[in-house]
Write a new protein. Structure first.
Ligand code: WQD
Length: 339
């Protein structure tokens, strides 16, 4: 199929593009490069062995979005593009609502006008809100504790209502748990533009000497070692889940399907630190500090629906995640080059 990948130069987007091309799909990437560097494109092309069709514009620009669909024959869309920093969303709520909702409105309007009705949407386990029981199942109610999370809750609702108005749509809502890791080549990976908010990239930067030490946010949670538990999923497994969902949309009868993409296993902060020490071969300095506001004690998936309906399962271990992250970070201590 000819697949438009919004945010295809981003972390999860770029890894998914590599797998889409390997699976024989034609890919068109749309990226504003607000959260990605152009040098990613060359890295992806080196991995796929072919030129990548990249259109550099912001999806909230509806004229440009409409023009693309009017002059190209897109079969399906994977929609990654969006702002995703929880803390930043609290400081800049309007920008988050305008960008994340606006890009989806613009994209779906152009899709509807041009008869493109296959959509895989990048959602997040953040839609389970603050007090969800674990393991989290797709039928749990959704809510949020920050504007970023609300944009995901609202985008899911917009897509459900679009499909209810026209049941010819086939939409996959993919709820990611904690994406980590990098392509095993070590040439593409996670490259936060500023101080990393998330644990794995911060840990990787400590390991490579860019950061002094890790602050462990809370050592008094009701968990075995007192630190937060999360369902870390390798970005390669996550990418494979998108391919499986895209294929599944050809066969499902429901206009909207919701699938958790997680391993179903929880790993604590200190367990991840230990795993990363095994990967990098040296001790990583950390100190336990106060809890981060808004964090929950434990979050991990019930992935049984994705196993049963997508024929997909996460296969990579936490040690794989750390080894691949370390290979990427040690080969690219400062991330992607600017040019
Ligand atoms: C993981 C664990 C922290 C950093 C976030 C978003 C979520 C999704 C994934 C987009 C927690 C601890 C972290 C650090 C630490 N993003 N930690 N020191 O918060 O589970 O999820 O990213 O969809 O929406 O909320 O991920 O990596 O920030 O935290 O101790 O420097 O690591 O307390 O227990 P989180 P995270």
């Amino acid at each position: 199929m000819r697949v438009l990948v919004s945010g295809g130069a981003g972390y999860i987007g770029s890894h998914t593009v590599v797998q889409l091309v390997a699976a024989g799909h034609e890919v068109v990437v749309v990226d504003s490069f607000a959260n990605a560097k152009p040098s990613v494109v060359g890295r992806v092309e080196a991995l796929t062995g072919q030129r990548l069709d990249v259109r550099s514009f912001d999806l909230t620009d509806h004229d440009k979005t409409e023009h693309l669909f009017a002059h190209d024959s897109i079969d399906a869309v994977i929609h990654f593009a969006g702002f995703k920093a929880v803390g930043e969303s609290v400081a800049k709520p309007l920008e988050y609502y305008e960008n994340n909702l606006g890009s989806t409105f613009s994209l779906v309007r152009a899709m509807r006008r041009h008869g493109v009705s296959r959509l895989v949407f990048s959602s997040s386990a953040t839609v389970y809100g603050a007090n969800a029981p674990v393991p989290m199942h797709e039928d749990l109610p959704t809510s949020a504790t920050n504007p970023y999370g609300w944009t995901k809750v609202m985008q899911e609702q917009v897509l459900r209502d679009v499909a209810a108005a026209d049941p010819t749509w086939r939409i996959a809502l993919l709820r990611y748990f904690n994406p980590v890791g990098a392509h095993p080549s070590g040439t593409i990976g996670e490259d936060p533009s500023d101080i990393p908010n998330n644990l794995m990239p911060y840990l990787a930067q400590v390991a490579v000497g860019r950061r002094e030490s890790l602050s462990v946010f809370g050592g008094d949670y009701p968990t075995p070692d007192g630190t937060g538990i999360r369902d870390y999923i390798h970005v390669e497994d996550l990418a494979a889940g998108h391919i499986a969902a895209l294929n599944r949309l050809e066969a499902v009868s429901d206009p909207v399907s919701t699938w958790n993409l997680g391993t179903g296993h929880g790993t604590s902060v200190l367990e991840l630190v230990a795993a990363f020490e095994r990967a990098c071969g040296h001790a990583l300095p950390y100190r336990i500090v106060d809890r981060r506001p808004g964090d929950v004690a434990a979050s991990y998936a019930d992935p049984t629906r994705a196993h049963a309906e997508l024929g997909w399962r996460a296969t990579r271990t936490v040690d794989d995640m750390c080894a691949d992250t370390w290979r990427w970070q040690s080969a690219n201590p400062h991330g992607y080059p600017d040019a």
